[in-house]
Design a protein around this ligand. Sequence first.
Ligand SMILES: [Fe+2]
Ligand SMILES: [Fe+2]
Length: 187
Amino acid sequence: MRTDIIHYLEEDIRKRCEKESNFFGMGGYHHIRAVVKNAVQLAGIYGADVEVVTIAAWLHDAASITDYALYENHHIHGAEMAGDLLKGFRYEEKKRELVQKCILNHRGSKVMEKQSPEEICVADADSISHFDAVPSLFYLAYVQRKLDIDDGIDFVKNKLTRSYQKLSERGKEIYKDKYEQVISVVV
Ligand SMILES: [Fe+2]
Ligand SMILES: [Fe+2]
């Protein structure tokens, strides 16, 4: 396990999130940490390489938290950033490429063929992480987007439902109860 890389990322991502220039505020950090936690859990179930998914999960939104201008294509920019960073750490080439694929294909809204268990794992971990961060979603709705009460509820409910629908078939099965419980609290 390349704990040197993982420790570096824990620190580096937190620092990037703390910067004034990070549009997503510390909500972004909570999100990324939840994605890491879920990716590690799912790796065991999906038979994915836990080191690869941990590194990819830390880096999957690195471009968005660094520069909001990169948000639209943050999967592409993030994969490039990860490539440079991991080359610096002399990370094994095959694994580096897999990390980059996980980042490139993590977005459910950009439908691309996910070929490896690692890619499915990171994408599912990303989608389900909204369920660990319901307070952050309300913060996004009421503080950042300044929605009124009803619109905020709709916003959060839609975001959670869309996230659930983006899961792989296996992910939907695993998280069915969690989805129903969280939705019942929000609405
Ligand atoms: Fe993302
Ligand atoms: Fe994400």
